[in-house]
Ligand binder design. Structure first.
Ligand code: FES
Length: 166
C-alpha cells in the first residue's frame, strides 16, 4: 500500500521560515521583491506552495555568491511557478558559475591595477587605471574621439553651414 504523505500542501509563513532557516521578515522581503509568491487563505493569511523552499534555497545560495537580487529574479522569472526541478537548477547554476568566473577575472584585474595605486595617491584621470578604466579611445589621442569619428563618417554637406540662430 503506497504511503500517503502527511506533509501539508501549503505552508504558513512561520512554517516556511522554520523549514528554510530564513527569518519571516526576509520571506516578506523576498515576496515584496517578487522572488517568491504566496496565496491568501480564507482568513487572509499568506500560504506558500512547498516549491517555495527550493526557491528560497536558491536565493540564499545566490546571495552567498554575491549575485544581486535583480539578477536572481531575472532567472527565477523564466521558470514556471511549479517547484524548481533539478534540470532548472542545473541551468541556473551553470549561468551563475559563468557569471562568477567573469567577476573573479574582473576582480583579479582590479586587484592588480590597485597595486599600482598603493603609495601613489595621484588619482590622475590620465594616469590612474582605476579613474578611467574603460577609456579605450585614449590610446588614439586627446580630444572627443567619438565626435571626431562621427564627423569623419558623416561630414557636413559642403556649402551648407549652421546658422548661428539655429
Ligand atoms: S592613484 Fe596613482 S596610479 Fe592610481
Amino acid at each position: 500500500m503506497p504511503k500517503v504523505s502527511s506533509a501539508p500542501r501549503v505552508l504558513s509563513v512561520g512554517e516556511v521560515a522554520k523549514r528554510s532557516g530564513v527569518a519571516v521578515s526576509t520571506i516578506h522581503y523576498y515576496e515584496d521583491k517578487g522572488l517568491i509568491k504566496s496565496a491568501r487563505s480564507n482568513g487572509n493569511q499568506r500560504r506558500y506552495g512547498r516549491g517555495v523552499l527550493r526557491r528560497i534555497a536558491i536565493i540564499r545560495i545566490a546571495k552567498r555568491a554575491g549575485i544581486p537580487l535583480k539578477t536572481i529574479k531575472a532567472h527565477l522569472d523564466k521558470l514556471p511557478d511549479k517547484a524548481i526541478s533539478q534540470e532548472d537548477w542545473q541551468h541556473i547554476s551553470q549561468a551563475w558559475h559563468d557569471m562568477l568566473n567573469q567577476r573573479i577575472t574582473s576582480l583579479l584585474q582590479l586587484r592588480d591595477e590597485l597595486g599600482g595605486c598603493i603609495g601613489c595617491g595621484c588619482l590622475s584621470l590620465a594616469d590612474c587605471p582605476l579613474r578611467n578604466p574603460d577609456d579605450v579611445l585614449a590610446a588614439e589621442g586627446p580630444g572627443a574621439r567619438i565626435l571626431i569619428h562621427q564627423a569623419q563618417d558623416d561630414p557636413e554637406p559642403s556649402g551648407k553651414q549652421d546658422s548661428p540662430n539655429r
